[in-house]
Structures are given as C-alpha cells and as structure tokens.
Design a protein around this ligand. Structure first.
Ligand code: 4H6
Length: 249
C-alpha cells in the first residue's frame, strides 16, 4: 500500500514511521510512504503558500494553487488514488474506517496548516475528510501519522504471521483484558492466581470477564456494538450487582 503525504513539514515524518513495526513494514515493501512538500509546487519567487482570508478574520489560509498542483502531480501518476484531508471537521476515525481504507492501494493524505486550505481544494479534490478526535492540532501531520499507523496494521504481514489486527480489542468491540508478566510479585502486588494455573479454559474465561468488566466500567458505550452470548450478558449483570467500584481491579 502506498501513502503520499502532502505537507509543508516533510521532516516531521522522517523518524516516527521508521521505527519498530512500521519500519519493518516499509523494509519488507508492504508499505511505501512518500512525502510531497507543498511549497515545491508554488510558482512565485518567494514560494508563498498562505494568504489572508477573504472577508477578514484572524489567521491565514493555505492557497489553492500550490495544493492543487501538488495533488495533481501525485494523481497524474495514479488517477485512482483516494485523496483524504485531515481536519477537525472530518468523519470520526475509528477501527472500522481504518479497516475499510486498508483495502485501498494508494492514499493521498493532505495535511493542513494555518486555518486550513481554501474551500475550493475540498470541492475539487477531496474524496474523504477525516478527524482523529475532538481536539485541535497545530497541523494535520500528526493526524496523518495516526491514520497511516492504524491502517497499516490491517495489511497482511505487517503485524507478523501469527497476529492480525482482527484479533485486537476493538474488533470485538471490547477493551483489552489486563496483562501481567514477571516478576511474580512487585511491591506487594501479585498476579491473579488463575494466570499461573496453566488451566487454559479458566484463563480464557477470566480474560473475557475482565474485558467485559473494564468495558462496562470505562466505556459502556462500546457494549452496544458488542456481540455477547447469553453467558456474557450474565457476567455483566453479575459485575453490575457485585462491584460498582470504579475499577480499582
Ligand atoms: C485542517 C483545517 C486534524 C487542518 C484546520 C487537523 C485536528 C485534527 C487543521 C486545521 C488539525 C483532527 C489548524 C484548525 C490549526 C485549528 C490542522 N487538528 N487547524 N482532530 N489541525 O483530526 O487551527
């Protein structure tokens, strides 16, 4: 899968996507990431990319021509690439959208700065607008990295052979169960007995219950989407009746 990132700050992408899992995905050729500096598509001597807003008001607006020319330079090589604009006004990004976008072979990610791009960029070139959450960033670059990371995990081979993004907690609409590793005791705090029992069915049951408990206490909104068995609905009743504690675990 190929990502072309249109940005005024290409250096922001040099390090974060080269580490660990994303780094290996790039080495293996499963993911290709290129940055395109929008400033390279200006035609004036001073390479101006922003201008004051028509109608007045605070801040600056990204000019339409350099952005248009940058998008067209990528699209001319692959007209079927999908162009995404990262903006607080976009569709909320989530695991379902990440999975859906992972079926594309080429995404163009436009990163806005200042007060965003001239509206005519949206009208003429943008296929999807995405927001990574209800907060404001100084630019779309960090949002683009979040989107690339979440999408790439769905590409076969990126997470290694035996692990898939479909097994992740959000796939079954529940939060993850608690994890422990050595030592057996740390500052008086032990590890749940069942995890040391070697009883795999008991461990599975405990984990499922803890995932349900966490979800109920922290993110009850997720339960509406979860496919639960009658037994699991029973666990939820049990949890509601027994511990109304705020997850001290
Ligand atoms: C487009 C339009 C994405 C991009 C305006 C981008 C949050 C998200 C930006 C802006 C972003 C998100 C510029 C508006 C700075 C506020 C860049 N912020 N902003 N939630 N910022 O996905 O001022």
């Amino acid at each position: 899968m190929r990502f072309d990132i249109l940005t005024l700050f290409p250096d922001m992408f040099s390090s974060p996507l080269k580490e660990s899992i994303m780094g290996r995905a790039i080495e293996k050729g499963l993911v290709q990431i290129r940055t395109v500096n929008i400033r390279d598509f200006t035609l004036d001597k001073h390479q101006v990319v922003d201008d004051t807003p028509y109608g007045g008001g605070q801040g600056m607006v990204m000019k339409v021509e350099p952005v248009a020319r940058a998008i067209e330079s990528v699209k001319s090589k692959n007209p079927s690439a999908l162009t995404i604009y990262l903006t607080p006004q976009g569709k909320p990004f989530n695991q379902d959208l990440a999975r859906r976008l992972s079926s594309q072979s080429h995404l163009i990610l436009l990163c806005g700065r200042y007060e965003g791009v001239d509206e005519r960029v949206r009208e003429l070139f943008i296929d999807e607008e995405i927001s990574i959450g209800d907060y404001v960033l100084t630019g779309g670059e960090l949002a683009a990295m979040v989107v690339i990371d979440a999408i790439s995990r769905f590409i076969p081979g990126v997470l290694g052979s035996e692990r898939s993004a479909e097994e992740d907690s959000f796939f079954n609409s529940l939060l993850e169960y608690p994890q422990y590793t050595r030592p057996f005791e740390f500052r008086g705090k032990g590890v749940p007995e069942v995890l040391l029992s070697g009883n795999h069915s008991a461990i599975s049951l405990w984990r499922r219950k803890e995932a349900l408990r966490r979800t109920l206490l922290r993110r009850p909104d997720l339960l509406a989407k979860a496919l639960l068995t009658e037994e699991e609905k029973g666990f939820l009743e049990e949890i509601l009746n027994n511990d109304s504690k705020s997850d001290g675990s």
